[in-house]
Design a protein around this ligand. Structure first.
Ligand code: AMP
Length: 215
């Protein structure tokens, strides 16, 4: 299964990707998580991308494309992968098509997780993430077992700097202008399914499973 999760920041793509990974036994490639790891490790790439990310802007296409190109060549992608947060622009989508063509690994499905902006702004304020494994939680929708601690690795959960209300608004603007055009791009390829992203975690998971034909 090779799957792209499209949708605005905060639409719940990352949370749903965690279940889909287990279901299909395939990795999730989250460019946002990879960048955050680089920032935490203070690598050269981390230093280059930090200002873009903190301000809610997109990292330049060429940096993201190179990163994904290397990641897709790893052995664990042989059975498929979930792309979460990539592609985010038309040039990225075009580059991805070329990469996957070369690897003979075409995308099977593109799921657009649809949530209105006001709901997203509301949701983001309650979101926390694990700085170690990238798992995300929410004070209303996905509560951790021990307050403030990651269920998987026990690390202290944090709020992302780019999850503040102003930056979220900026990220939504960027989403509508640069990423939303991908809906038409993948519709034209006959790969797109829309899923209503409003509801409980299990409701949204069931809708995605239905769109993928696995229930
Ligand atoms: P995310 O965790 O997917 O919301 O990504 C967090 C931030 O990382 C975004 O707001 C961008 O600054 C950057 N980023 C992640 N993926 C991409 C991408 N495919 N293209 C450009 N910037 C990205």
């Amino acid at each position: 299964m090779r799957l792209i999760l499209l949708g605005a920041p905060g639409a719940g793509k990352g949370t749903q990707a965690e279940t889909l990974m287990a279901l299909f036994d395939i990795p999730t490639i989250s460019t946002g998580n990879i960048f955050r790891e680089h920032i935490a490790d203070n690598t050269q790439l981390g230093q280059r991308v930090k200002t873009y990310i903190d301000s809610g802007a997109l990292v330049p296409d060429e940096l993201v494309i190179e990163l994904v190109k290397d990641r897709l060549k790893k052995d664990d992608c042989h059975n498929g992968m979930i792309l979460d947060g990539f592609p985010r622009t038309i040039p990225q989508a075009e580059a991805l098509d070329i990469m996957l063509d070369d690897l003979n690994m075409p995308i099977d499905y593109v799921i657009d997780v649809d949530v209105a902006d006001e709901i997203i702004i509301d949701r983001m304020s309650g979101r926390t993430v694990c700085p170690n494994c990238g798992a995300s939680y929410h004070k209303l929708y996905k509560v951790e077992k021990l307050p403030g601690k990651c269920d998987k690795c026990d690390d202290l959960l944090i709020q992302r700097e780019d999850d503040t209300a102003d930056t979220v608004r900026k990220r939504l603007e960027v989403y509508h202008s640069q990423t939303e055009p991908l809906i038409g791009f993948y519709r034209a390829q006959g790969k797109l399914a829309h899923v209503d992203g409003v509801g409980t975690f299990d409701e949204v998971r069931a809708r995605i499973a239905k769109a993928l034909g696995v229930i």
